[in-house]
Design a protein around this ligand. Structure first.
Ligand code: TXA
Ligand code: MG
Length: 369
């Protein structure tokens, strides 16, 4: 099959493809999604096949407004309406009990359904034109970093889907926050740009964090509630390690400017040393740093250049989430063998950033004493 790429002028054709049971990748404010008719079990099966995704990993259903949610759920759990009114359209996915019209193929066999209304005009028009809820996981090959530009989707899925709606690079760059409202206590299943603090404020209650988010990998007895969180994810081809200091960890990254400066220097020294050693072995090394620290890093080792990437500014966490997945894909293209990255904190949006970075690094972190 030939994959057509079109801009917003392609919205009508895209809606037609969905109504015929085909697949269309679409832009959102977080990452590109891979869409099919959420009410058609065959379309959901096609999505799993195109991504190479295990079919027990449920899809997120995208709607254009709150009205469109009603037929998809048994009931609105307490707090659901409040969250939709506060954060939609926007990067929040809400898990609710599903109605009978949502096929189990879409929900990975679960009785619950994940629903979100994305903040992207092109896609909202596309959903309205299709007049259907759109099932859509991230539009990457399973296991690869999520796509933040149409070219990433084309790299992964060219010839396997009917169309890509191209609306340029996304804004946020990491996937939506997921909150589960089907249990006793609202529970965060995946951190994103909407923070736990914002959710607690809107709900006026405590929000639990699914222990699997913080656990080091999937250990025995810690089973993530979002099935997708158990799979290897965002993995670049190179081996990746995060680097931090004992003090930063102990103080939860809440340190004085002097302590911060000293830690930045320690981390850069450690990474520079590792880079030199790897370069001496003939390896190609990638380094991730930020605006605040970039001057501390080597850009070459002997005759070898170091693939130094500035992820963004620590002052603006969304500048860092915006670039992460693009940088991981660039390391793959540049055939980098080893990646070293600074660690950032776990406060606010950084929690979502670090969650993705830890997974990309397979939980490997070097802690300087
Ligand atoms: O920002 C996003 O959420 C993007 C854009 C395209 O909307 N979508 C996305 O989808 O990231 P995906 O499929 O890559 O991630 C969906 C996650 C998976 O971890 C899945 O296990 C979880 O949501 N999920 C979906 N339905 C669920 C349910 N009923 N219960 C628990 N977890 C669910
Ligand atoms: Mg995904």
């Amino acid at each position: 099959m030939e994959t057509i790429v079109k801009g917003i002028e392609g919205v009508k054709q895209a809606a037609e493809i969905i109504r015929r049971g085909g697949l269309v990748a679409f832009p959102t404010e977080t990452v590109y999604g891979l869409g099919g008719n959420a009410l058609d079990p065959e379309a959901s099966k096609k999505i799993y096949a195109a991504k190479g995704r295990p079919s027990d990993n449920p899809l997120i259903v995208h709607v254009a407004d709150i009205e469109q949610v009603k037929p998809l759920v048994k009931e609105f759990p307490e707090g659901a309406l409040k969250l939709m009114q506060t954060f939609w359209p926007g990067p929040l996915t809400i898990i609710m009990p599903k109605s009978d019209i949502v096929p189990r193929e879409t929900t990975g066999g679960l009785d619950t359904v994940a629903i979100r209304c994305p903040r992207n005009q092109c896609t909202l028009t596309f959903i309205r034109e299709a007049a259907l809820p759109i099932a859509g996981p991230s539009a990457n090959t399973s296991g690869k970093p999520s796509p933040t530009e149409a070219s990433h989707v084309l790299n992964d899925l060219n010839g396997r889907i009917d169309m890509i709606l191209d609306d340029g690079p996304v804004g946020i760059g990491v996937e939506s926050t997921i909150i589960d409202l089907t249990g006793e206590v609202p529970t965060l299943l995946r951190p994103g740009a909407i923070t736990i603090e914002e959710l607690e404020t809107a709900l006026g209650t405590h929000v639990e964090i699914d222990p699997a988010i913080i656990a080091r990998g999937v250990k025995e007895g810690v089973h993530p509630k979002a099935p997708g969180m158990k799979y290897r994810h965002y993995a670049p081809n190179a081996r990746m390690s995060l680097v931090t200091t004992k003090l930063l960890k102990e103080k939860d990254y809440q340190v004085s400017p002097e302590e911060r400066k000293a830690a930045d220097r320690q981390i850069a020294d450690c990474i520079n040393q590792k880079t030199m050693r790897a370069a001496a072995e003939g390896k190609r090394v990638g380094v991730i740093c930020c605006e605040e620290t970039k001057a501390l890093y080597h850009t070459s080792c002997g005759d070898k250049s170091v693939d130094l990437k500035v992820i963004g500014s620590r002052q603006e966490p969304l500048s860092m989430t915006h670039n992460l997945f693009r940088i991981l894909r660039e390391f793959d293209q540049d055939a980098v063998d080893e990646i070293y990255s600074e660690s950032y904190g776990d406060q606010g949006v950084d929690f979502a950033l670090m969650n993705r970075m830890r997974k990309a690094a397979g939980m490997s972190e070097i802690v300087i004493e």
